[in-house]
Design a protein around this ligand. Structure first.
Ligand code: NAD
Length: 333
């Protein structure tokens, strides 16, 4: 399997490490705008082929898959070009800048048959999957609370420019907590979204502060906080709490609490996973994600999270921005 990488920045280094660790995989090419970055990346991962654009890579051919970790405004055009050329795509979150672009990416994948996977990485995390396995003990989950917040820091550069990023902290960080909640709830469809977003800690033209309230088709509600440069966060990235009729579950620290009214006590089942972690976003999560992407290609499986899951997240994000602009609840179709 010959894999190419678009962007030679922070996340692509993590994806390349993940790919390098797998058998029968060749790190074949890199596409990067800045020659010094591509040269350094190519040297580090012993990559022979270097291109400045995805079109040049596709013209040259000879790759099976493309991992896209460029600024958000490039995701749709680069993914569509690759998919139309029959090259499988793993694209970073947010999959696109808006719903329309996301739909076009899905269309391109359906037309060519090339796989489209979206890197909603928390679905591959061991704590998240431990909690998902426990959800049957919680009864009906009534509400969830989650966090996609950076306290005392935030990104710079293209992340903070609307034209290049699409959105701010809600699109960048809130999306992690939204997708984690949805995964833990078994991927319900959103019905409505209400959000309050703002820019209070920086002078960027995107949001650095947000709350969003999502109502799902199964009656569950999710509350998610997003932020950069916040003075405090109640939980690290993707931390999520589940309030069920029969119990409570949470990530980071990861455990469930099951009240027993008769015995007048609460039984706590601990995951046994360490908290706080050495790294909140561990390499192992991305390793599992990459292995799954390749498995989907080899075994001809529809990736989950794929275009369908990425699109739902884009619908929630787009509705959140609309809700904030219009000051009302926005229905999601
Ligand atoms: N899942 C996660 O945990 C996670 C973490 C960080 C970033 N991300 C996502 O990954 C993507 C990249 O983020 P990052 O932090 O790696 O950013 P980054 O700025 O570190 O890297 C982006 C790279 O793309 C390059 N680039 C810019 N224009 C290009 C072009 N036209 N063609 C090719 N390369 C080009 C830049 O020079 C840079 O090297 C974003 O969508 C972000 O949301 C995901």
């Amino acid at each position: 399997m010959k894999i190419a990488f678009a962007g030679a920045g922070y996340i692509i280094n993590i994806h390349a490490k993940a790919a390098r660790a797998l058998a029968d995989v060749e790190l074949a090419a890199v596409v990067e705008k800045y020659p010094d970055r591509s040269a350094e990346f190519a040297k580090k991962f012993r990559i022979k082929r270097i291109y400045e654009t995805v079109d040049d890579l596709l013209k040259a051919g000879g790759v099976d898959a493309l991992v896209i970790g460029t600024p958000n405004f490039l995701h749709a055009s680069q993914a569509i070009a690759a998919l139309e050329a029959g090259v499988h795509v793993l694209v970073e979150k947010p999959m696109a800048q808006d719903v329309r672009q996301a739909e076009k990416m899905i269309e391109a994948s359906e037309k060519s048959g090339a796989k489209l996977m979206v890197a909603h990485c928390w679905r591959f995390d061991k704590d998240v999957n431990w909690l998902k396995d426990q959800t049957g003990k919680l009864g009906k989950i009534i509400r969830t609370k989650g966090y996609g917040v950076h306290a005392h820091w935030g990104p710079s550069g293209w992340f903070t420019q609307k034209a290049l990023a699409g959105g701010g902290a809600m699109a960048d960080m809130g999306i992690h907590a939204i997708d984690t909640a949805r995964y833990l709830l078994n991927d319900p469809k959103p019905v409505s979204v209400f959000a309050k977003l703002g820019t209070h800690y920086t002078d960027f033209d995107v949001d650095d502060t947000g709350v969003v309230f999502i109502e799902w088709e199964n009656g569950t509600s999710s509350y998610v906080e997003s932020g950069w440069w916040q003075p405090h966060t109640d939980g690290p990235e993707a931390a999520t709490q589940l309030y069920g009729t029969q119990g409570f579950g949470q990530l980071f620290p990861t455990q469930v609490e099951l009240p027993n009214a008769e015995a007048q006590k609460v039984e706590t089942i601990k995951s046994g996973f360490k908290f706080p972690r050495k790294e909140q976003c561990p390499q192992s999560m991305y390793d599992t994600q990459m292995a799954y992407f390749l498995k989907c290609i080899r075994e001809n499986l529809v990736p989950v999270p794929g275009g369908a899951e990425g699109l739902v997240n884009m619908k929630v994000i787009e509705a959140a921005y609309q809700s904030n602009r219009e000051g009302r609840v926005v229905e999601v179709k």
